[in-house]
Design a protein around this ligand. Structure first.
Ligand code: DSN
Length: 391
């Protein structure tokens, strides 16, 4: 590179990534092919519109790239193009959820989702997010005792409040979500069911987590977490008389976005192909096995693991334990000093608040990509325990 300053920083970051244990639940390590597509000259092209319907000339090749990404996304999740539509242009998860609500929920309508401190996302109706300002948020919490989703409690609120849309999905919930139950709740109150599968999309693709598609009206996923692609998002909607496909496409462009990032779309297409291979199935299963072992070992060492374990790549660990342990922020800093990267996280009913919460969130996607297995997780738990308990 001619720009030595940026070249040096890229090298520094590469070195950092190599030297640490990465337990950030929403990160992964992409293949060289994904990187090649991302860094390709596709980035030079403006392509507002859709394949065959572009605003600029010169899009013959880019049309093929985007069409391939669409076909691969549908195939990966075993969807019939006659039944599901996918828009592969959203630039990331938050704007993708915003686009979906903008397309399907009238402004001022009600969005029901999991509260941030229970493991939901900002865009599931958090009052500080525009999704909680332009629409009326209805937030549900986990059952205090079991620390898992209480479907009866959700149904009660839903039937009383009649939300326009219910969002099932999470950024910090370790368990399997019962999409069938969410469908029943949505049907009982006349709501749409939107699933945010950003965290577990790779596990769904690899057969290690239930698919939401038999039950949802729409599904959003980022492509860079368990799916191991570039930083990007895609949106699926049911294709039927309700014309969600047309409404969504119009909301993406001209409604919210300008030119799609075709280099990123190409990189996502590469990731979809990689995730359709038998090796990825093995990978997805190993991700969950590793998370289960890590959770169990940490629990054995005396730590409070929210909900008592995990069914996914994700573990929510209460490091504070009502004052018997240390705050999540300190836990994260101590671990980072020792080369283990995590993020501080609220726990259900957190007494400390989001800027200095009671826990940390762990995930096994990146370290499983590096080939780590159950025995490594046992050692990692012991190492983490020592670091966290050291004065
Ligand atoms: N930041 C993502 C995560 O870590 O889950 C969600 O936006």
């Amino acid at each position: 590179m001619k720009d030595k300053q940026i070249e040096k920083l890229i090298k520094e970051e590469e070195k950092r990534q190599k030297s640490v244990v990465n337990l950030i639940a929403s990160e992964n390590i992409v293949s060289d092919d994904v990187l090649k597509a991302l860094g390709s000259k596709l980035t030079n092209k403006y392509a507002e519109g859709y394949p065959g319907r572009r605003y600029y000339g010169g899009n013959g090749v880019v049309d093929k790239v985007e069409s391939l990404a669409i076909a691969r996304a549908l195939k990966l999740f075993k969807l019939k193009p006659t039944e599901w539509h996918v828009n592969v242009q959203p630039l990331s998860g938050s704007p993708a959820n915003f686009a979906l609500y903008s397309a399907l929920v009238p402004l001022g309508g009600k969005i029901m989702g999991m509260k941030l401190s229970s493991g939901g996302h900002l865009t599931h109706g958090y009052p500080g997010s525009m999704t909680g300002k332009l629409w009326k948020p209805l937030q549900f919490e986990l059952d205090k005792k079991t620390e898992v989703i209480d479907y009866d409690a959700i149904k009660k609120i839903a039937v009383e409040e009649k939300p326009n849309i219910i969002v099932a999905g999470f950024t910090a919930y370790p368990r399997v979500v019962d999409f069938k139950k969410f469908r029943e709740i949505a049907d009982a109150c006349g709501a749409l069911l939107h699933v945010d599968m950003s965290h577990f999309a790779g596990l769904v693709a690899g057969g290690a987590y239930p698919s939401p598609f038999p039950y949802a009206d729409s599904v959003m996923t980022t492509t860079h977490k368990s799916l191991r692609g570039p930083r990007h998002a895609i949106l699926f909607v049911k294709k039927d008389a309700r014309e969600f496909d047309k409404k969504l496409d119009k909301m993406i462009i001209p409604g919210l976005f300008g030119g799609p990032h075709e280099n990123t779309i190409a990189a996502a297409a590469v990731a979809f192909l990689e995730a359709s291979k038998p090796e990825f199935k093995k990978y997805a299963k190993q991700v969950v096995k590793n998370a289960r072992v890590l959770a169990k070992e940490l629990q054995k060492l005396g730590w409070h693991i929210i909900s008592g374990g995990t069914d996914s790549h994700l573990i929510l660990m209460d490091t504070w334990m009502d004052g018997k342990g240390i705050p999540g922020k300190d836990a994260s800093a101590k671990l980072e000093k020792a080369g283990i990267i995590v993020n501080m996280n609220t726990i259900p009913g957190d007494p400390r608040g989001p800027m200095d919460p009671s826990g940390i969130r762990l995930g096994t996607c990146a370290e499983t990509t590096r080939g780590k297995k159950e025995a490594d997780m046992v050692k990692l738990a012991v190492r983490m325990d020592k670091i966290l308990r050291a004065k």
